[in-house]
Write a protein that binds this ligand. Structure first.
Ligand SMILES: Cc1cc2nc3c(=O)[nH]c(=O)nc-3n(C[C@H](O)[C@H](O)[C@H](O)COP(=O)(O)OP(=O)(O)OC[C@H]3O[C@@H](n4cnc5c(N)ncnc54)[C@H](O)[C@@H]3O)c2cc1C
Length: 576
């Protein structure tokens, strides 16, 4: 296993050995290595304690390498442990067992179309993508199901089909309705142990437990700060371990799985239009960006994120959030902008719904949807209270605004926005907000009665309807009747108040940009050549899906997969 011996190599012996072996070491590199002090010596160093890094450590160990895992926080798990632990895996074992053929050519089209809508061309051999981007998505398809199968064979995690809570139905993809999606349901898996909010803790716990059972050295409170590079090859890392400097030699490679930068306000300020808060763990400070830049890495997709709206005031209190406003529960509920107009299908998935916050009005030269207002009535509160962000059933909630009429609610919103103007870019309601809202409500009531939202198509997609049922569970004891209208996602608003509002702002689960990797999970330098010995996976690198969230588990699926690719390839490197 790993030695703790300090390597004090004899310079002359090493020079002689190098010459005899004919290895192309320069005098300077040999000299530098001879003087190198290492606290540990291993084959593969995996940095981070979440899905990507743990998957890399498992794969590297499985490939016969000696492995160490480093985590800067006192506990492993990262954002993975906060998540629901759902994993998006095309052609997974459950689909195969059920006789569903999720063919590569079909899955590739879905992913290419969703990730690169501007480039997508079904007639091209690379579907219109650059060969580089095509290869990344292809590597994901080719390795995702294999990664899950191997984790099961090794006894790391047992998976099962992810079924939507409440409705007990398999989960539709986030763009189930795209014609390119030939397997719109069933690509999401979860750990067979633990589910729902505890699913991620269960997944992360099982990854860690397996590594510990295999006696992989795991150092917590150990923050990697630098790469050690000799002759262009990464040969180790430097870290701050419990306040002391630490140097670890990695003879085959270093894999980063250190999460995104959603909790680094400086990077957020630099790369995002607006990101008020994120439910990423506190370790998501983008450490790999600076570390990799120093080693000459090329960056990609730095402005992307796995997006979710957040409750504005909650995020202003503390930008490290427990959960985002992932879903919009309720049927007599809409989202409007500062002009009192609806601006999105309220039932769309969090990642794409957040992008509606960034719509730019080229005449007014502004982002009219920068903040959105989630409006609902007493019916929705009574019937669906407790489905986040709705409070359980009482109306007390620190950020819930209430008005006895729509006009009163508009006044309450106005006053609240004024009190927050220094933190929101001065967003205020338009002068005709109340009139405009009255027209919006009347229009929505018609849509609900007819069952057809002719503006945004709410409820048209299977995703909208099935996830609505899951996230709009009827509150036990509610006296509200079931929705009798033809489109389950919509119900006319009550004619009388009280009415309620939450203020929503753009936020994220975590960011998804960073150093570029290739299909072997090697980090690329500015000349597009891999930086020898350096790998990355998960939210710390430029996501191979480039911001498209294919379905539930769309971040952990690629994190586990590219983590495994990275670990395996690092283990196969010729030792430095
Ligand atoms: C509430 C919630 C629910 C979610 N549900 C899902 C879901 O069901 N499915 C899904 O796909 N995604 C989900 N996500 C998103 C998902 O959790 C993340 O995208 C994913 O877990 C990221 O994995 P990772 O391995 O890249 O990073 P992380 O899990 O964040 O792990 C990175 C680790 O690296 C450590 N680290 C950082 N810098 C250093 C350093 N310099 N040295 C050493 N260690 C360092 C961090 O402390 C952290 O522990 C959810 C997120 C949240 C918040």
């Amino acid at each position: 296993m790993n030695t703790k011996d300090t390597l004090k190599l004899n310079r002359r012996k090493m020079l002689a050995a190098a010459t005899a072996a004919g290895v192309g070491m320069t005098l300077s590199s040999v000299a530098a290595e001879a003087e190198e002090h290492w606290d540990h010596d291993t084959d593969v160093v995996c940095v981070g304690g979440g899905a990507a890094s743990c998957s890399a450590a498992i794969a590297a160990l499985d490939a016969g390498a000696r492995v160490m895992l480093l985590e800067k926080l006192p506990l492993l798990g990262g954002t993975t442990a906060k998540s629901a632990g759902v994993v998006w895996v095309p052609n997974n074992f459950v689909l195969r067992q059920n006789g569903v053929e999720d063919r590569k050519e079909d899955a590739m089209k879905y992913m290419a179309r969703y990730s690169y809508p501007l480039e997508y061309n079904p007639g091209s051999p690379t579907l219109g993508l650059t060969p580089f981007n095509y290869a990344l998505i292809e590597a994901f398809y080719d390795n995702a199901a294999k990664t899950i199968d191997r984790l099961q064979e090794l006894g790391v995690v047992k998976f099962r089909e992810f079924r939507l809570w409440q409705v007990d139905q398999p989960c539709p993809d986030y763009a189930d309705h795209l014609p390119e999606n030939k397997t719109p349901v069933g690509r999401s898996l979860e750990s067979a142990v633990g589910w729902g909010p505890g699913g991620g803790a269960s997944l992360a716990g099982q990854l860690e437990a397996w590594l510990r059972a295999k006696k992989v050295p795991i150092l917590t409170k150990t923050r990697v700060t630098r790469l050690v590079v000799r002759d262009g090859r990464v040969i180790g890392i430097e870290a701050d371990s419990k306040g002391k400097p630490l140097r670890i030699r990695a003879r085959r490679g270093v894999v980063f799985g250190t999460g995104g930068y959603a909790q680094n306000t400086e990077l957020v300020e630099r790369h995002q239009i607006a990101l008020y808060g994120a439910c990423a763990g506190p370790g998501a400070t983008g450490d790999f960006i600076g570390i990799a830049q120093e080693a000459g890495a090329k960056m990609g997709a730095l402005g992307t994120a796995w997006r979710s709206p957040v409750l504005l005031e909650e995020a202003l209190q503390n930008r490290v959030l427990g959960i985002g406003a992932f879903w919009m529960p309720g049927d007599s509920m809409i989202l409007v902008n500062k002009y009192g107009k609806r601006c999105v299908d309220e039932k769309r998935p969090y990642n794409v719904r957040t992008q509606a916050h960034f719509h730019y009005d080229s005449t007014r030269e502004e982002y009219p949807n920068h903040l959105m207002f989630m409006l609902f009535d007493q019916r929705t509160l009574d019937a669906f209270g407790g489905d986040l962000p709705l409070p359980p059933w009482q109306t007390e909630h620190p950020y819930l605004l209430r008005g006895e009429s729509w006009e009163a609610l508009a006044s309450a919103l106005s006053a609240k926005l004024q009190s927050l103007e220094g933190k929101t870019g001065g967003v205020k309601l338009s002068a005709d907000f109340a009139d405009s809202l009255a027209a919006t409500i009347a229009g929505f009531n018609d849509y609900a009665t007819q069952g057809k939202d002719s503006e945004f198509g709410r409820g048209n997609q299977l995703y909208d309807r099935r996830w609505h049922l899951m996230v709009s569970a009827r509150r036990q004891g509610t006296t509200q009747p079931e929705n009798p209208y033809p489109n389950i996602t919509m119900h006319p608003f009550e004619k009388k108040g009280p009415y309620y509002a939450f203020i929503l702002a753009p936020g994220a689960l975590d960011t998804s940009g960073g150093p570029l990797i290739n299909e072997k999970a090697q980090v690329l330098a500015h000349d597009d050549a891999p930086i020898p010995g350096l790998y990355g996976a998960g939210n710390c690198i430029a996501a191979p899906s480039r911001g498209a969230y294919y379905g539930a588990g769309g971040t952990i699926g690629p994190a586990l997969t590219f983590g495994a690719i990275a670990g395996r390839n690092a283990a196969r490197e010729t030792p430095a």
